[in-house]
Design a protein around this ligand. Structure first.
Ligand SMILES: [Zn+2]
Length: 341
């Protein structure tokens, strides 16, 4: 809740003659402007949260105000080919650029592909492969200069859709990412659930065909090898002998092109198998879909029918929801990690 714009600037107790005087002057000026626009103040501390989404192609940062409104948002390229140190430095620069808009924020939420190994504390399972085997949390903490929380990006997506988007008011939510890769995240009672190995919700790498195509994770027949956008495009190419983007294949299927219809029908059927497996085990209150492939309307009609066909139940009452936050969900979820999760 936004409180009345009263109280003291967090830096006001220090004098302008201190070495940090100039920065504090800037902080106070900024704080006074925030007071004027009515942003929240709680006992002299403005309740801002900073989130950073470390994606494979872009790094996005956001500052949320006390009512979860976006105060500022910035996006820079990841440039992952320049390596791990470059990524850490870029995240730190982005956090520094956002700091003026987040006075009082002492904890940053960071969403990243992969997960932190329980045993080593290093990143594992990331498709931004230069992160794997590195102590990202410690390195970012040192570079940014404040406390931070690191969480899987699909968990951040699911958390944002539960707190701010399509899955509000649901207790147990499974969030699905269908994009260049396939991921998933689990939110229980409004909190991201990482799991004992920090792999909760990683449905992209559960196998639906042990004789299926190779996956980069070392297994065969993973969901990602069937339900990612590139996998869908490859399946059409194998049938039709030509390469098209996923959206064009879907359009052709709607125009009754036989190869495109077959590719889309197979895709929806595999979606049904894969999601039925999750629902059989977890039986969530809602499923919310994100990622570029989640824009395929047929997932919510024919795809849903396939889920119903394959679950161990005579009915499917679980809502399968279209996301509301688009590609902002990841960074918003990262900011929500900072406080209250
Ligand atoms: Zn895999």
């Amino acid at each position: 809740m936004s409180a009345a714009p009263t109280g003291r600037c967090p830096g006001a107790y220090l004098t302008n003659s201190s070495p940090k005087g100039a920065g504090l002057n800037r902080m106070c000026t900024r704080w006074l402007r925030l007071r004027r626009v009515g942003l929240a103040v709680d006992d002299g501390v403005v309740s801002f949260r900073m989130g950073i989404d470390l994606g494979g192609t872009k790094i996005e940062g956001v500052v949320l105000g006390a009512s979860d409104e976006v105060v500022v948002r910035r996006r820079v390229p990841t440039d992952a080919v320049r390596g791990y140190d470059h990524i850490v430095a870029t995240v730190a620069e982005l956090a520094e650029a956002l700091r003026d808009d987040a006075p009082g924020c002492s904890r940053v939420g960071v969403g990243t592909p992969g997960a932190v190994s329980v045993r080593s504390g290093f990143i594992k399972n990331s498709n931004t492969q230069c992160l794997n085997g590195r102590d990202l949390a410690t390195d970012l903490r040192r570079a940014i200069g404040c406390d931070l929380v690191l969480e899987n990006d699909a968990n951040c997506f699911a958390l944002a859709e539960v707190r701010l988007g399509a899955a509000r008011d649901h207790e147990v939510v499974f969030g699905v990412i269908l994009g260049t890769g396939v991921g998933g995240g689990l939110v229980l009672s409004g909190h991201a659930h990482a799991g004992r190995q920090r792999i909760a919700g990683e449905w992209g790498h559960h196998r639906i065909d042990p004789d299926g195509p190779d996956c980069y994770c070392g297994q065969r027949g993973c969901v990602e090898a069937y339900l990612s956008g590139p996998a869908f495009e490859r399946s059409y190419e194998a049938l039709a002998g030509e390469t098209l983007p996923a959206s064009a294949i879907v359009e052709r299927a709607r125009e009754n092109d036989s190869h495109a219809r077959e590719a889309l029908d197979t895709y929806l059927d595999r979606f049904g198998w894969a999601l039925a497996n999750v629902i059989n085990i977890l039986d969530p209150d809602a499923v919310v879909l994100g990622g570029g492939m989640s824009n395929i309307d047929e997932l919510y009609s024919s795809g849903r029918d396939r889920v119903e066909r394959y679950i161990f139940s005579d009915e499917l009452v679980t809502p399968i929801l279209r996301n509301q936050l688009g590609d902002s969900a990841g960074v918003l979820g990262a900011a929500l990690l900072g406080v209250g999760n």
